[in-house]
Design a protein around this ligand. Structure first.
Ligand code: AMP
Ligand code: GLY
Length: 428
């Protein structure tokens, strides 16, 4: 098989690596890919949002299967365009991808089908939002831009002034463009967060092993929100009981709801959950693999991923057994100095040979090859990932490797997995 992966971050590197393990695959291309991915796949300089360009590339390389990984091309209809040209694909069409593309859609869906989530109200006018928040006078408040916003469209103001400033940025200054035409204001929930990625063909849903993201930039969950500074899998808060409850009250109802709406979802559906005192609730849906969740989930996948992708494409997922490695996984993100604000690019990365180092897997997120040297080219640069018999040993391996990798200004959190380790001690 000849496989094309669309995207160019750490998640796509993890997908490429897993696809490469399949004995059925003899050629992998990636667009645009990155410096590290180029050791594992042929990279083409076609943007992940260039639908015509990707269709042309798929034809040129005679792809048998195209995996569309990022949210924006999915929401824009890349899978629809590829299917129209007869390509087998992994990823939802645009009608289904709206589950991530519009928070107003997803909140209304959950309300209509009784899927547990935070109470909410939708607004299209900034004065009405402020009036509502003023009346309610409950802080923190939660305000979300309707559309895609690079994972940064959520603000959690602690007081009215912060709410006013945030609403102005989203709805008037339009820092996320059209995504800020409407906003959702919702109830602030508390409890540990769990990410569950699930394979679904629209008939069957098979959750993958759970994971925990670390979204804030700094130790102790301080600092700005980022795309994710590290992950661990499994997530100790996701007990068998919680999993059973999620299956019954969230996963199956969501798949059924999408079918009822004529928006059958095929691909990876990401459930961002909060385990509240009143049970698990949906914080967000994503229409794709999470980043950096994928970097700890896929290393634990034992089943041939192409068999899974094909079963989803053919709607025969029910017949496939999916097996997981019982070991734990940890991924520590090394980011550019300044990230998630502005940061320099083009800084040489030292300590890697062919993009890798012993004992771990280094997933490249923002790297490029310049004169045969690896340099930084993005905010999140590397995801240093290890498997271990337990979480502590996975973390030890990751952090040992991180210490041996260098680039000027590199920063990473020292406490990835700390909360999960504490939770494990409590359970014991
Ligand atoms: P999202 O982009 O929707 O995942 O939101 C980013 C982060 O904001 C989440 O991971 C949560 O930590 C937090 N968050 C979002 N919605 C809520 C909520 N209703 N209550 C509390 N925290 C929230
Ligand atoms: N790590 C969160 C996301 O992929 O949206």
């Amino acid at each position: 098989m000849r496989v094309l992966v669309v995207g160019g971050g750490g998640r796509e590197h993890a997908l490429v690596r897993k696809i490469k393990e399949s004995p059925r695959v003899d050629y992998i291309a990636c667009c645009p890919g990155n410096g590290g991915i180029s050791y594992d796949a042929e990279c083409f300089n076609v943007s992940a949002t260039d639908i015509d360009g990707v269709v042309k590339l798929a034809k040129k390389i005679k792809a048998d299967f195209v995996v569309v990984a990022p949210d924006d091309p999915l929401v824009m209809g890349m899978v629809d365009a590829l299917n129209k040209e007869g390509f087998a694909t992994f990823g939802p069409d645009s009608r289904a991808a709206i589950i991530e593309g519009s928070k107003v859609f997803s909140k209304n869906l959950m309300e209509k089908y009784n899927i547990p989530t935070a109470e909410y109200k939708v607004f299209s006018n900034p004065e009405d939002v402020i009036e509502y928040i003023k009346q309610k006078n409950e802080f923190p408040a939660v305000i979300k831009a309707d559309g895609l916003a690079l994972g940064k469209g959520v603000i959690i103001p602690e007081n009215l002034d912060e709410a006013v400033a945030g609403v102005k940025e989203i709805m008037e200054d339009k820092i996320f463009g059209e995504s800020g035409n409407n906003v959702v204001v919702e109830e602030f929930l508390t409890g540990p967060e769990v990410s569950v990625l699930a394979f679904t063909d629209g008939k069957t849903v098979k959750p993958m092993v759970s994971s925990m993201d670390h979204k804030r930039a700094l130790n102790g969950d301080k600092g700005l929100n980022t795309g994710g500074m590290g992950t661990v899998s499994p997530n100790p808060y996701y007990t068998d009981d919680v999993a059973a409850e999620c299956m019954e009250k969230i996963f199956i109802p969501t798949i059924n709801a999408m079918n009822s709406e004529g928006r059958t979802f095929k691909g990876c559906l990401y459930f961002g959950l909060m385990i509240t005192p009143k049970g698990p609730k949906v914080i967000e849906y994503n229409c794709r693999f999470g980043d950096p969740e994928t970097q700890v989930v896929l290393p634990r996948l034992k089943t041939d991923i192409m068999d899974i992708f094909e079963a989803i494409n053919n709607e025969t997922l029910a017949e496939l057994d999916i097996e997981w490695d019982s070991r734990a996984a940890a991924c520590v993100i090394m980011a550019s100095g300044g990230y998630p604000k502005s940061y320099p690019k083009g800084i040489e990365i030292k300590g890697l040979v062919n993009g890798q180092t012993d004992g771990v897997t280094v997933y490249h997120a923002g790297t490029a090859l310049k004169d045969d040297k690896l340099v930084t080219s993005g905010g999140r640069v590397l995801g240093v990932t290890a498997l271990g018999d337990d979480l502590q040993s996975a973390l030890d391996k990751s952090y040992n490797a991180v210490k041996a990798i260098e680039f000027d200004g590199a920063h990473y959190r020292n406490d990835i997995g700390k909360k999960a380790l504490a939770a494990l001690k409590q359970v014991r």
